[in-house]
Design a protein around this ligand. Structure first.
Ligand code: HAM
Length: 429
């Protein structure tokens, strides 16, 4: 026998039982995004490597250590599996002049790739739902995205996801702050670990993220950008806070919140759960007013975020909300005439929007009823030759018990609708 092959480490299959939870989550999210006028855009999974180097920043962890980069041997081009979606969306917006006439609210979904050490909630192929508002100076749209996420958590029935926000200012403010940080950390150079030493001049902001224990006091005493914002950035941040207060959204200002990608300015935010251990950030994003120019486009203010789908599924499971959509009905049938009636009834109900599994493969009524039960369907529709001869079917509610009822074929659609109750929906959007 040939040796069986396995999936690449950190890249997972999503089997049908779990995929049903994914689909339900994605449907709910898509529904929420569309209620706010966000429209779908799809970009390639592979992009030219310089897009990410320029967009995300050469000194970020993602670009330095985590990209799947390879040479296209047919033409020598350096290509990269996308580690995130924002850079590709901005490239597409520039390439197709998307924001030429009006700003755009965009969402996309799909796999991203980062060569990280796999653990619970962290994978090498993972999935994001990504949302971008292109051409909006904010802060109204910054607040809108946060409010939209709060609605999504509500619709999914999730709680305990807390919001941190911060402002990391504009480039000039960041330069000043950067110099202040370098001076501060240089005064404590003997305390810096190797990573932080390397970052001291390249990316001192990232030193604030260091988990190196001896460095924590030095980090705590470092100058805070949020205390040194210029007037425009300060006004932007204050207005964002007022909008969140007005919407009744609870948040904390975390002056240490710096995101791992270089394109951000002003607003940054993260939603975090304590239920998943170390990988508790389920969504993160912020404003990136300079990225269009960085990638060769016209100045275009923008703001966005991404949700980590695997982490959302883990959280839905942890909070008992990982419900999969089940079929409305499972049709069992045995006997020559019964097969034709069963096929007809299944098609008719599908015409009326029901999801109906028609038993295939034969077998006794008893074994078919077991399969009906295991399918999670709410109703079983039972057709034997007796029913077929009488022009009826029997309908039985599999979740709420009770007797089966005989229903004339002409009444099946109406009776089915009346009996198809107890649908296990998420809360209202
Ligand atoms: P990010 O913070 O790098 O931001 O990723 C967003 C989310 O993706 C994280 O909060 C996490 O839930 C999930 N995630 C990231 N890496 C992994 C991984 N290795 N395994 C599983 N989940 C992961 C961005 O990617 C930005 N593009 C978001 C954005 C959009 N900013 C503006 N627009």
């Amino acid at each position: 026998m040939a040796a069986a092959l396995q999936a690449v480490r950190g890249m997972n299959d999503v089997l049908p039982d779990e995929a049903a939870v994914w689909q339900r989550f994605e449907d709910t999210a898509r529904n929420v995004f569309e209620r706010y006028g966000y429209r779908n855009l799809r970009v390639p999974v592979v992009e030219p490597t310089p897009l990410f180097v320029r967009g995300i920043g050469a000194h970020t962890d993602v670009v330095e250590h985590e990209m799947y980069t390879f040479e296209d041997k047919l033409n020598g081009e350096s290509l990269t599996l996308r580690p995130e979606a924002t850079a590709g969306i901005v490239r597409a917006a520039i390439e197709h002049h998307l924001t030429y006439e009006r700003p755009q609210r965009i969402w996309t979904a799909g796999p991203m790739f980062r060569h990280e050490r796999p653990q619970k909630g962290r994978y090498r192929q993972f999935h994001q739902l990504d949302v971008e508002a292109l051409g909006f100076p904010g802060p109204d749209v910054d607040a809108e995205q946060i409010v939209m996420l709060a609605r999504l958590w509500r619709a999914l029935g999730l709680d305990g996801i807390t919001l941190s926000i911060n402002s990391i200012g504009d480039p000039a403010e960041r330069r000043l702050h950067r110099e202040a940080l370098i001076a501060h950390f240089a005064r404590h150079a003997d305390m810096l670990d190797a990573d932080s030493q390397r970052r001291l001049h390249a990316n001192p902001l990232r030193i604030l993220d260091s988990k190196h224990p001896p460095l924590q006091d030095v980090i705590a005493a470092a100058p805070r950008l949020v205390d040194q914002l210029g007037d425009a950035s300060r006004a932007h941040f204050d207005a964002l806070r007022a909008l969140l207060d007005d919407a009744g959204i609870a948040y904390s200002v975390d002056a240490r919140l710096v995101r791992g990608l270089d394109y951000y300015n002003r607003t940054v935010f993260e939603w975090v759960t304590g239920a998943l251990g170390a990988q508790g950030t389920v969504a993160g994003g912020g404003r990136y007013d300079g990225l269009f120019e960085e990638l060769g486009g016209k100045p275009t203010p923008a703001c966005g975020f991404a949700i980590g789908v695997e982490r959302m599924i883990l959280l839905l499971e942890a909070q008992g909300k990982a419900r999969a959509a089940a079929p409305d009905a499972y049709v069992v049938h045995a006997g020559d005439k019964a097969g034709a009636v069963a096929r007809h009834v299944a098609e008719t109900l599908r015409d009326h929007g029901a999801s109906v599994v028609l038993h295939a493969g034969g077998g006794s009524f008893k074994s078919q009823m077991k399969k009906a039960d295991a399918s999670g369907a709410r109703l079983a529709i039972i057709v034997g030759d007796d029913e077929a001869a009488a022009g009826t079917v029997a309908i039985k509610h599999l979740r709420e018990g009770g007797d089966q009822v005989a229903v004339p074929l002409a009444d099946v659609v109406a009776r089915f609708a009346a009996l198809n109750t107890g649908k296990d929906e998420y809360g209202s959007l």
